[in-house]
Design a protein. Structure first.
Length: 236
């Protein structure tokens, strides 16, 4: 699995922005300039003694799973946490009720290709079909175009930049939960590594990953972290 360097994490680059007119594949960074209003707001917060909670995003690939995604959604709802789900098209097609639930409960839905293929192993036309077919499946259920894309294995075709209206989103914390059923190990890898602004990669198609995810949420909420969807993380 792909993992970004600490230097990129510090700069807050967590997605690649597709620019129109043939521009380059670039990282989205957090804003570095503050407006006068933002400075005044910060001063007001500091004077009041109230500190903003550090934000992080928890994301799930490869769902929805008929066995485990519902259990995960129950747990997130109990904890008032919003997550980001990057769905495989064929799984979404088989589980429309879960897709609708994810959407209605306020989570972000992203595209993870239709059949979980490595984009760099496909022709440009085949890669486009993988993205478009998944978007059609999801949008038919939610009524909305899917604006975010997580390419399987973090492999993206640069030629798609000027063709597809999606923002590829990678990750910065990856406990490799798909390689183990050891919940303690998954939890430990995340909570010891995570920092403000991180994007955590997990999967909602394994029982151990779902259990670990909810334990991670419990621990990090107690440490003062706020869980937001990836779009909130990139915009803030």
């Amino acid at each position: 699995m792909y993992k970004w360097s600490n230097e990129w994490k510090r700069k807050g680059f967590y997605a690649i922005l597709i620019l129109f007119c043939g521009c380059c594949f670039i990282g989205i960074s957090k804003k570095t300039k503050e407006t006068e209003g933002e400075i005044q707001q910060k001063e007001s917060v500091e004077e009041s003694g109230v500190k903003e909670k550090p934000s992080i995003a928890i994301t799930f690939d490869d769902g929805p799973s008929s066995r485990y995604t519902g259990r995960l959604l129950d747990g997130l709802k109990e904890r008032n946490v919003k997550a980001s789900f990057f769905l495989i098209g064929e799984n979404a097609e088989e589980n429309p009720v879960l897709v609708e639930r994810i959407y209605k409960e306020g989570h972000l839905i992203g595209n993870h290709t239709y059949s979980h293929v490595q984009m760099t192993h496909l022709s440009e036309e085949a890669a486009v079909r993988e993205i478009e077919k998944t978007d059609q499946v999801i949008s038919a259920i939610t009524g909305e175009h899917v604006a975010y894309m997580r390419p399987p294995f973090g492999a993206w075709q640069r030629e798609l930049e000027v063709r597809m209206e999606v923002l590829p989103v990678l990750w910065s914390v990856d406990p490799l939960d798909w390689t183990t059923e050891n919940v303690d190990e998954i939890v430990s890898k995340v909570v010891t590594e995570v920092e403000e602004g991180d994007i955590i990669l997990l999967h909602d198609c394994y029982a151990s990953s779902v259990e670990a995810a909810l334990r991670i949420v419990d621990i990090l909420q107690k440490e003062g972290y706020e869980f937001v969807t990836v779009d909130r993380l990139l915009i803030d």
